[in-house]
Structures are given as structure tokens and as C-alpha cells.
Design a binder for this molecule. Structure first.
Ligand SMILES: [Zn+2]
Length: 282
């Protein structure tokens, strides 16, 4: 191609607003996005009393794993970007309590050079409304989902904890049904989806092994509040509480074996301390 053609292409790319995806990182990175928070105002749902807790607020974090071989989005928020008109912070009423977001997921992705079409895989810890708000944005990715979870997402009538409109486009996504207890996303053991049912029928957690940070287990909703872990309390309304107990034991053993850190996604204080995009863990 002649120099002139390059120039024409560059101008076209700029005018069309097409952003080239960032080059693959040399080793695995985890970016955490601020997808807001929510407050159910009812710690009794988690067998906790207000006086036992630092806060009843739950953080909502969204995660991008950038791997040399591709990208994975993990959990995608509580308020859809479309509701954040003109980028204004928004408090949205929930059937119980309220949710808040001040920044769109799309703008945070874009700020580090990614567009939704750059995402190779989408995986959700589970189908609940506070993990799936922007799922439709990633309908072009390959969806890694477990069978019972997918079945429940498209059940008729819908589950009360599902906001189907926010993930309905996944129905036609390229889909891989994850059957194994551990699913090695990129085939090198650094990014693993691990079964941890109970909170929902096919709830899962995410394991990421990074060169500098080391191994990390990202909780999904295996726990919500840090006090659940500290005081050994079980949510009152899990899909199958006995399974939750068994999954907590299995994941605890996995964490010990892998010498992993454990990140509770909804832990408000811990999440506030974690680096947010554009900073990243590697
Ligand atoms: Zn949740």
C-alpha cells in the first residue's frame, strides 16, 4: 500500500470512530471497572444483623481479563449503560432497596482502548440482575455458560431475580456450554471458570493467575458481605443452601491449594481499595 493509501485509511478510521483494539498484553491482566453499588437495606437476607456489619452497601465491580490470546468479560453491572443518560449518575429503585452507578461500562472500556466487539468471551458468575445489566453489549462475544444457568435465564415465567431484557440478546450468541467443574478459558491454566453452585443453580467463580499479583479467586456471589465469611453466615434465600455450604468448602480448599487471594466482588470496603481501570493487576 502506498503512503497516500495509509493516510486515507487513517483518516477513514478516525472519521468512522473505529478504534483499533489494544495489542495483546505480554501476560494476563485484570482490569476492574466501577459499575456502581447497591443496597438492599436488609442484612437479614444474609443472616446478618446491621450492628455486625461495617456497611450494608454492596459494591458492583465489572472485570476484564486481558490475556495474550484474547479477552474475557466477567460480570457486567447492575444498571445498563442506556439508563445513564448523558453520563449523569443515577440512583435506580429496585424491588427492594436501590442501585447506583455514575459511570457507564462502555466508557470505561473505551478509556482503556477496548470496544465491546474486542471481547472474545463473556462469562457471568450467575444470572442475577446485579451481574448482567450490560450483557447485551457483549452478545457478539462467545458466551461461556453452564446449562442450568442458561435454562433458568430463558425460563418461562422468568425468575424474579432475572432482568431478562438486559441479557436477552445472549440467546443468539455463539455459546459454549461449560460442563466441566474447571473450564480452562485460554488453555494455559491462567484463567479458569470453576463451578460453585448453590447461590444459583450453576453459579461459578473465576480464577486468574497473574505473573506479579499471583493467583486470585474472584467470588461471584459465593459470599456477598465479608461478614458472611468472617462469621460463617449463609444467605437465607440461596437457590440451594446445602450446595452453597459444599461450594464454599470446595472453593476454600481450592484457594488454599492454589495459595490464591480471595476477592469478594460485593465487599464494599475491599473493592474501594482495589485498583480501578485504567490501572490494572498483572
Ligand atoms: Zn450479586
Amino acid at each position: 500500500m502506498k503512503l497516500k493509501s495509509y493516510a486515507v485509511l487513517a483518516v477513514f478510521t478516525l472519521c468512522a470512530g473505529i478504534q483499533a483494539a489494544p495489542p495483546p498484553p505480554p501476560s494476563v491482566r485484570v482490569y476492574i471497572f466501577d459499575c456502581g453499588n447497591f443496597n438492599l437495606n436488609d442484612p437479614g437476607r444474609y443472616s446478618l444483623k446491621r450492628e455486625e456489619m461495617k456497611t450494608t452497601l454492596m459494591s458492583v465491580a465489572c472485570f476484564l481479563v486481558a490475556h495474550p490470546k484474547g479477552t474475557l468479560m466477567w460480570d457486567v453491572g447492575v444498571i445498563p449503560d442506556a439508563n445513564l443518560v448523558s453520563g449523569m449518575p443515577l440512583t435506580q429503585k429496585l424491588p427492594i432497596g436501590s442501585a447506583y452507578a455514575s459511570r457507564s461500562l462502555g466508557s470505561q472500556l473505551s478509556a482503556i482502548g477496548y470496544s465491546p466487539s474486542d471481547i472474545t468471551y463473556l462469562a457471568l458468575s450467575h444470572f442475577h440482575f446485579d451481574h448482567t445489566a450490560n450483557a447485551n453489549m457483549f452478545a457478539g462475544a462467545t458466551w461461556l455458560v453452564r446449562q442450568k444457568e442458561r435454562d433458568l435465564m430463558f425460563a418461562d415465567p422468568p425468575d424474579p431475580r432475572a432482568t431478562v431484557a438486559n441479557f436477552s440478546a445472549l440467546k443468539n450468541s455463539k455459546t459454549v456450554i461449560v460442563k466441566d467443574n474447571e473450564h480452562d478459558v485460554f488453555g494455559d491454566g491462567t484463567v479458569i471458570l470453576k463451578s460453585a453452585p448453590g447461590h444459583s443453580p450453576d453459579h461459578q467463580i473465576l480464577f486468574v493467575k497473574m505473573a506479579k499479583t499471583g493467583p486470585v479467586v474472584i467470588s461471584g456471589d459465593l459470599y456477598h458481605y465479608p461478614e458472611e465469611l468472617k462469621l460463617d453466615r449463609l444467605p437465607a434465600a440461596d437457590f440451594n443452601p446445602e450446595q452453597t455450604v459444599a461450594s464454599r468448602k470446595a472453593i476454600d480448599a481450592f484457594i488454599q491449594k492454589r495459595h490464591a487471594q480471595f476477592w469478594i466482588q460485593h465487599d464494599y470496603a475491599a473493592n474501594a481499595r482495589r485498583k480501578k481501570a485504567p490501572a490494572f493487576y498483572e
